[in-house]
Write a protein that binds this ligand. Structure first.
Ligand code: SF4
Ligand code: SF4
Length: 346
């Protein structure tokens, strides 16, 4: 990471009352068939061009966004992924999500990215294929991780914790973190929204994936909290693990949602929503005039009281949304920046 970019990011992180994070689902194209995900079954060939996305990125920078996550579908299925990622990487801490099948083939597109997150849900090839709905998914994910490492590109592994892999998560964590590969988690969640006009659907509850063994989940949180004291490669924060623990131990939500305040989501057509579960609130191109409106403030109030999901990234950016949270995130960004300036070596 260039020094100018790192300094700029640290400054934006410390500026109060600004959104911190945006996730941009730049395509709906997907070559996987994951159970519990609707995206592959609800395709839309329309999507913004690279130039339109760049214009949107300029707007996000002016709004104060620090971090961009590109996902989809699989963002690397776009021919112009490299151009988009390179542009974003100039100004944001940029992460690209890949289902594991594309990163090794798109190394040049990923040269400038800060992190590539590879989705890996099991070390058992048959189980991984079952979850992903395609053959050879584990081999492809491992190959992507290895190739990115060899090329000197920062890679993290992101298992989605569900009942399917609950008892494997500690082993997966140990396996990768011992090799110096950081781990971040997603949490299996599903759409509870009754809003017919939700921005897009991920999927209804799938009984095989819903976490039923809450006791094991609490134990997992305790183990990760303990491991995290000595293991810098567990990227989720202590606060997030504690929030997850409360959710499963006491059915208690220890956070208020900060959708459309600290974070928001953008779809492949440039529509923005606080999260994917609610109707879109406008277009990315209208953000400068809409961000401070009464209409947006009212939506923020509604989202603050919403308890309709447990998507881990939404919880994370809600937990770290206040002034002290922003400071914690700023410190984390600065650590990342130093890490990147040192060429990714711990
Ligand atoms: S979870 Fe991701 S990789 Fe899997 S089908 Fe859905 S969009 Fe594709
Ligand atoms: S809790 Fe927040 S992120 Fe989750 S559905 Fe409600 S508004 Fe969206």
């Amino acid at each position: 990471m260039k020094l100018g970019k790192a300094a700029n990011i640290a400054t934006r992180s410390l500026t109060p009352n600004k959104p911190h994070h945006a996730q941009w689902l730049i395509t709906r194209k997907c070559n996987y068939r994951c159970r519990g995900c609707n995206v592959w079954g609800e395709q839309d060939k329309n999507e913004l061009s690279a130039d339109e996305i760049k214009k949107g990125l300029d707007i996000l920078k002016d709004l104060g966004i620090v971090e961009i996550v590109f996902s989809g579908g699989d963002p690397l299925l776009r021919e112009d992924a490299g151009e988009i990622v390179e542009y974003a990487s100039r100004h944001f801490v940029t992460t690209v999500y890949d289902n594991g099948s594309m990163a090794a083939k798109k190394i040049e597109a990923l040269r400038n990215v800060d992190f590539v997150a590879i989705s890996l849900d099991s070390m058992d090839p048959a189980k991984m294929d079952y979850i992903k709905g395609v053959k050879g998914s584990l081999e492809k994910a491992l190959n992507s991780i290895e190739t990115l490492r060899k090329e000197g590109i920062n890679v993290a592994v992101t298992p989605t914790i569900s009942q399917q892999n609950l008892y494997e998560i500690l082993d997966i964590t140990k396996h990768f973190t011992q090799k110096g590969i950081p781990v971040w988690y997603c949490l299996y969640s599903f759409d509870l929204s009754s809003d017919e006009k939700q921005l897009f659907r991920i999927g209804k509850a799938n009984d095989e994936f819903v976490i039923k063994d809450k006791h094991a989940m609490v134990e997992l949180c305790d183990s990760l909290l303990e491991m995290k004291k000595k293991n810098k490669n567990i990227l989720v924060t202590t606060q997030l693990l504690k929030a997850m623990r409360s959710l499963y131990a006491e059915d208690k939500r220890t956070w208020k949602c900060r959708a459309l305040q600290n974070f928001f989501i953008i779809d492949h057509m440039g529509r923005i929503g606080g999260c994917h579960n609610h109707n879109f609130a406008g277009s990315v191109f209208d953000l400068p005039k809409m961000w401070k409106t009464k209409e947006f403030d009212e939506l923020r109030e509604t989202y603050r009281e919403c308890t309709q999901c447990t998507y881990l990234c939404y919880i994370f950016y809600s937990l770290h949304g206040g002034p002290s949270g922003n400071l914690a995130l700023a410190k984390q960004q600065w650590r990342n920046a130093k890490f990147l300036l040192r060429g990714g070596k711990h």
